[in-house]
Design a protein around this ligand. Sequence first.
Ligand code: AMP
Ligand code: TRP
Length: 298
Amino acid sequence: MELNLKNNKPIIFSGVQPSGVLHLGNYLGALTQWVEMQNQSNCIFCVVDYHAITVKQEPKELSRRILDVVKAYLASGINPEKVVIFQQSDITAHTELAWILNCIARVADLNKMTQFKEKACLPDRQGGSKESVSVGLFDYPVLMAADILLYNTDSVPVGDDQVQHVELTRTLAQRFNREYGQVFKIPEVAVRKQGARIMGLDDPTKKMSKSASSPANYIALTDAPEIAAKKIMRAVTDSSSKIKYDLKKKPAISNLMTIYSLLSGVSVKKLEKDYQGKGYGDFKKDLAETVKSFLAEH
Ligand code: AMP
Ligand code: TRP
């Protein structure tokens, strides 16, 4: 599909890395927003393969995953007749603009970014430090800024972990415009109130992640419904057994309630009421059924 940018609809840009299986966090934090936006906006959804190679990739596996990401977009309800879907490395302007923005970005800007520090300490990089990450991983937010600024983007729908990168994009665009005149549109970030940070099923203090060491951390969009149901039944819970939403005191059940609420459309308040006097077992059984039917339908 070709974009007709002559209309007055806002321009939306976002992307997912083909670096692992897509999970419920990607879906609830990012993809559901995309699906909602595709009717009222000019949407551009990218598969950001250059971002994926900031950590080591197996070339054949990477090619397969690029297609898997596109399949996940379609299965989530993204309509290729309404939006543009493309592979980042097919458009050379992304890396060209990234270089120009590199000359505007400062080492101090990038040193403030938290993602590369987190990735430096992943389990498969034992003993890793922020000095040992690739220059590409350190520079990753500048390439993301190029992705966004290249298309005069108005809004960037992402999960909570990407907000810092969109803020950097705004900083770089404003700095460039101050120094060289009005070139870039300043984009806004779009983050869901609920679901912007889905936590791991095995550890509710860490976000659900593709790069988690155990598949018990996430529900992959490609999980067989029965497997996903088992993961829900085995998900970590908090100490007291009341079904109550309290992010500080009960992070595990609060995370499961968020997932349940977003998949079923039932508010968290209503869930609290419905499960009064019931325990985690009952709640998990129903959530497992909800997740099972979600996966069967998508
Ligand atoms: P990534 O898998 O890092 O390429 O992320 C793709 C999109 O999913 C981005 O918009 C992320 O912010 C979002 N996302 C990733 N993990 C989560 C999560 N655990 N909860 C909510 N959104 C997420
Ligand atoms: N950094 C994003 C992530 O890991 C992926 C991404 C790359 C992106 N370029 C983007 C997201 C531009 C939104 C807009 O999730």
